[in-house]
Structure formats: structure tokens, C-alpha cells
Design a protein around this ligand. Structure first.
Ligand SMILES: [Zn+2]
Length: 60
């Protein structure tokens, strides 16, 4: 997807920057430990759609 689009996307909860996990197709907010899914190239920026990273064990 367009990386410039990612530059303007912020977390809807904390308004912080997001990391793009290209492999998982998710946008990661490290502050909230949430992963927002990208479906068909469109980021789903809804808190209730986000995956909780505190439960899953991150590879890093
Ligand atoms: Zn956040």
C-alpha cells in the first residue's frame, strides 16, 4: 500500500504513530499494544477491530 498514506495515519486512541507490519498486514501501536488490521489495502482504524498484542507473544 502507499507508504505516504501510512505517514498520516495515527492511532485513533493515543494519536501516536503506527508501525506497518508488512508480513502480518497490520498497523501496530506500540503505546497501546494494539494491531489494526489492513484489509484489501485499507487500514481498519477501529479500536474494536484491533488485535490486543498484550495477549499474543510478540516475536520481538
Ligand atoms: Zn495508540
Amino acid at each position: 500500500m502507499d507508504t505516504r498514506l501510512l505517514d498520516i495515519l495515527v492511532c485513533p486512541i493515543c494519536k501516536g504513530p503506527l508501525d506497518h507490519d508488512k508480513k502480518a498486514q497490520e498497523l501496530i501501536c506500540k503505546a497501546d499494544r494494539l494491531a489494526y488490521p489492513i484489509r484489501d489495502g485499507i487500514p481498519i482504524m477501529w479500536a474494536d477491530q484491533a488485535r490486543d498484542l498484550q495477549v499474543a507473544s510478540a516475536a520481538d
